[in-house]
Design a protein around this ligand. Structure first.
Ligand code: IMP
Length: 207
């Protein structure tokens, strides 16, 4: 039987690898595989709307089913900040970067320090938080469906661990004594917000 093809509206190899592990029977194509080099601005104020922006942008270039995700960290004592601004927290709070700064590990560190400073300033004694991931799917017939996954935990006062990316070094998932950055890929991918959204996507595709 011919494999179903899905376009993932991303060029992030890590993300595509994680999706591939859960959907081995599906042929996955990245944005660059379908010849798309530009990505749209994520201008909305919810994960769902931003995931749909990315999915609709990619859908304009292909007849295949498309998926796109948007994710971030919500810290409850900060009224769910940084949320949709997770990727650009430092810059949004007035931080300056070199004009052509593209090193994502460096930007991640600046974002993480900004978050810890915001929590210190607000004297957050409760440090509960959650990672959220929304996956938007657009079928070949253009019907749209969204899947949401979350992972709840706590924000530490100092980073721990050197794996992962983004806010992983300060995120301690509920029920574990290791941060996401201290876990290996397999362990993080078993419980992450992205994995939980992907499981819902898989159930939908298997139906
Ligand atoms: P995006 O969904 O790839 O646009 O991710 C948005 C931002 O949320 C990232 O740049 C990170 O700052 C944060 N983020 C999303 N998922 C994770 C995760 O699994 N670990 C750490 N940070 C994450």
């Amino acid at each position: 039987m011919k494999k179903k093809t899905i376009v993932v509206a991303s060029n992030n190899k890590g993300k595509i690898k994680e999706i591939k592990a859960l959907l081995p029977d599906i042929e996955l194509l990245s944005l660059s595989d379908i010849g798309v080099s530009d990505t749209p601005e994520e201008t909305e104020n919810t994960f769902i709307k931003n995931a749909l922006i990315k999915a609709r942008h990619a859908k304009a270039f292909t007849e295949h089913t498309v998926i796109a995700d948007d994710s971030g960290l919500e810290v409850f004592c900060l009224d769910n900040m940084p949320g949709v601004f997770s990727k650009r927290l430092y810059v949004n709070r007035g931080g300056k970067t070199e004009e052509n700064m593209t090193d994502s590990a460096c930007i991640d560190k600046l974002n993480l320090c900004t978050l810890l400073k915001m929590m210190e300033k607000k004297e957050c004694d409760k440090r509960d938080a959650r990672f959220v991931c929304v996956i938007a799917l657009i079928n070949s017939d253009r019907t749209e469906v969204v899947f949401e996954g979350q992972c709840r935990g706590r924000i530490l006062t100092e980073p721990k661990g050197s794996g992962g990316f983004g806010y992983d070094p300060v995120f301690l998932p509920d029920g574990y004594d290791k941060t996401f950055a201290e876990m290996d890929d397999e362990q993080k991918n078993g419980i992450s917000h992205r994995a939980n959204a992907l499981r819902k996507l898989k159930e939908y595709l298997d139906d």
